[in-house]
Design a protein around this ligand. Sequence first.
Ligand SMILES: NC(=O)c1ccc[n+]([C@@H]2O[C@H](COP(=O)([O-])OP(=O)(O)OC[C@H]3O[C@@H](n4cnc5c(N)ncnc54)[C@H](O)[C@@H]3O)[C@@H](O)[C@H]2O)c1
Length: 395
Amino acid sequence: MIIKPKVRGFICTNAHPEGCAANVREQIDFVKSQGEIADGPKKVLVIGASTGYGLASRITAAFGCGAATLGVFFEKPGTERKTGSAGFYNSVGFHAEAEKAGLYAKSINGDAFSDEIKAKAIDVIKRDLGKVDLVVYSLASPRRTDPKTGELYSSVLKPIGQSYTAKNLNTDTLKIADMTIEAANEEEIANTVKVMGGEDWELWVEALKEADVLAENAKTVAYTYIGDKLTWPIYGKATIGRAKEDLDRAATAINQKLADLGGSANVAVLKALVTQSSSAIPIMPLYISILYKVMKEEGTHEGCIEQLYRLFTEGVYTDTPRLDDANRFRMDEKELAAELQAKVEAIWPNVTEENLFEETDYKGYNAEFLKLFGFGVDGIDYEKDVAPDVALDLE
Ligand SMILES: NC(=O)c1ccc[n+]([C@@H]2O[C@H](COP(=O)([O-])OP(=O)(O)OC[C@H]3O[C@@H](n4cnc5c(N)ncnc54)[C@H](O)[C@@H]3O)[C@@H](O)[C@H]2O)c1
């Protein structure tokens, strides 16, 4: 099959197996070029391991620390006629490289919110690893079925308190127009917390501890975004921000549960960048396009893997981590530097459809978006026939 990108709105509905595998190799090469991470984890569970920050976590643990990794994700395999999802192909690529490097890698494809997948992960850990010393929680999902009640909850991306009108870039048409998003009601806020808050992170750690598969001094991290004035109305101080605040509550609760093991839980604040999840958030594509322009000009631009390498070396595995007063690792300090934000804010009102490519790095944003699905990757022949039904040895 000849595979070319099929983009619908903020989603690309297909993916290129070879392009995805090449992306994984590029991230692995970055980690190797940075050198081994001292005193890193050795047995790692990554929940949400197939794309974005979770994949970068898995790669950093494996290729930066020599860790055995068990990945959990929710992805679609390809068939003879239809491509699989990018995360599926990323995982195929990861498994192949891990095998070459002699690193243990197993993966579970299924709903991480369910009791069944938690039990499966515990079985694999008991069988193969004994215990894990790091649990990365990197899920991003619009929906969650509560495992106890079976009720399905959906999250919303809406402001809280009042409606919000802001400039929005339609990435399909490249039209810029004001967009008004109505304020969320109480039920929508609660549902978003239910999906993207800390409850499931707590359930995972409880289940792992109960099954005695957490090592002494085990660590766990969950990821959040805070941002600044431009994104607060739709992110930080909106429904998703409320859900993310719940991660702080969960971190405190998990810390108590891990105290007897000498374990610790922290939220890690990461920077905004293009992933399948962030491209779905209104205003974000335009904000990220401006952010990329300024950060590239200043030489401070980072992708998922650069952020994760720093999270390991400047956060989780150093004696002098950069923590804020809420006990969160901060890796967003370059994005939030006052001078840099001032530059982004100065560009924001001036962006028009006409000057989009000069005033912002939309070109870079779009290239990175396509790259998430394995397209536009150097060295890949997109005219070549490739088989979409690539096998992945799953648990
Ligand atoms: N992208 C950003 O700009 C940004 C910035 C800071 C923090 N974060 C946070 O990082 C975390 C990861 O986000 P991302 O941007 O890397 O997202 P992503 O969409 O790239 O990755 C999401 C992962 O979750 C998995 N997943 C989704 N639903 C699942 C389910 N039901 N069961 C099992 N796996 C499931 C996917 O398979 C994938 O591995 C999120 O908590 C997000 O809020 C993102």
